[in-house]
Write a protein that binds this ligand. Sequence first.
Ligand code: CO
Length: 134
Amino acid sequence: MGKVKKVDHIAIVVEDIEVALSFWRDALGLELERVEQVPEQAAQVAFLPLGGCEIELVRPITEDSGLVRYLQKRGPGMHHVCFQVDDIRATLQDLKSKSIRLINEEPLVLEGGKKIAFIHPENTGGVLVELYEL
Ligand code: CO
């Protein structure tokens, strides 16, 4: 069985990065490391590292994507929590064998070789869960 190592990041979908930063950076005091375009998410993302984890403020930059639909339907808020695992294929296999509904049965391989996959909220208490292998 794959092992879950840590919370990697918590993603929060926002309409406006600067408005979101007025809480997360200015009021709460987290450090803003960088803001960059993330093409595979069709989003602009602000990264605020914290204790080996990161808060990601995610703003959709295209007219049509899962993120945009989420924002239109529910408004700004928590989008997903991501866990780093040591063997993503093993974890996906294991979850599948336990009849957990997956969004990605096979990991998506991103630039730089990092692998991710999403677990459907149906079996997670309503939380979209991302798995990530370095
Ligand atoms: Co993520």
